[in-house]
Design a protein around this ligand. Structure first.
Ligand code: GLN
Length: 272
């Protein structure tokens, strides 16, 4: 965290210089050559990078009653978004919406970028462009502590719960099993806790959070069945101006250990 703060301080100090370079806020920034420093009041869209997210995915994005790094929004992705915006001499604005709506909102120009623990997939790459990946993840199974599910094939005759549009749903589809899909991770977990579902397939770090927060649940991994996934930030196809800025900010945060520190701070470990 110290490094992040230092990074933010450095970024803030450098904000005027950086902001004088080509605009970070992509198309909305065209007319502005004298972009303001990071602390400038957010009076118009061009002073902000608008990130779309789905704040139902702890520890990457969630709403914190105590307040988060960007307004009420907290988590690893939120800290990364804030740093990217500051590197651009802008503020980060969050547009919270359903996960399924994020890529459409990006294509419509309603948001500048998506940061949502979003896995890079070939299908998504057809509609949007992805940044340098910043986190390696995998799907896991959450089951009751006394469950006999030990590997993915054990799910064959079980009630499987997934979250709509997540890569967990795509994985289970690929295995050919039937499943029920839910709008939110917490809804799927509720189904498991109530005994209506036997297993929830979801990203590992989020699974660990749910297991910590609920009694009598455990995480079951099957690295042969679930492939590694990479999280990246999405921008509209062809928005290379913003993508370049995002990439340089991410690469800096990967190189100086900021991403690792955030992962530790929010208590997750990236896959080796
Ligand atoms: N990584 C998963 C995906 O991309 C889940 C992301 C999320 O729920 N925010 O589908």
């Amino acid at each position: 965290m110290k490094k992040l703060l230092k990074g933010i301080a450095v970024a803030a100090a450098a904000a005027l210089t950086i902001a004088a370079l080509a605009g970070c806020g992509a198309k909305k920034d065209e007319a502005k050559t004298d972009a303001p420093a990071a602390e400038a009041p957010k009076t118009e869209k061009s002073d902000a990078i608008v990130f779309g997210t789905n704040a139902e995915f702890p520890p990457f994005e969630f709403i914190s009653a105590k307040g988060g790094v960007i307004g009420e929004f907290d988590g690893i992705d939120m800290a990364i978004a804030k740093q990217i915006a500051e590197d651009c001499g802008k503020t980060a604005e969050i547009n919270n919406m359903e996960f399924d709506s994020l890529l459409v909102a990006l294509q419509n120009g309603q948001i500048d970028a998506v940061i949502a623990g979003m896995t890079v997939t070939d299908e998504r790459k057809e509609t949007v462009d992805f940044s340098t990946p910043y986190y390696t993840a995998t799907q896991v199974m959450i089951v009751k502590s006394d469950s006999d599910i030990a590997k993915a094939t054990d799910m064959a005759d079980k009630n499987i719960a997934v979250i709509q549009g997540y890569t967990g749903e795509i994985s289970v589809q690929g295995m050919g099993y039937s499943y029920q899909s839910f709008k939110k991770g917490t809804d799927a977990i509720m189904e498991l806790v109530n005994g209506k579902a036997d297993v929830v397939v979801i990203d590992k770090a989020t699974a660990q959070k749910y297991v910590n927060d609920n009694e009598n649940l455990k995480v079951v991994e099957d690295s042969e069945a679930f492939e590694k996934e990479e999280y990246a930030i999405a921008v509209a196809k062809g928005n290379t101006e913003l993508l370049d800025k995002i990439n340089s900010a991410i690469e800096k945060m990967l190189a100086d250990g900021t991403v690792n520190e955030l992962a530790a701070q929010y208590a997750v470990t990236a896959e080796e």
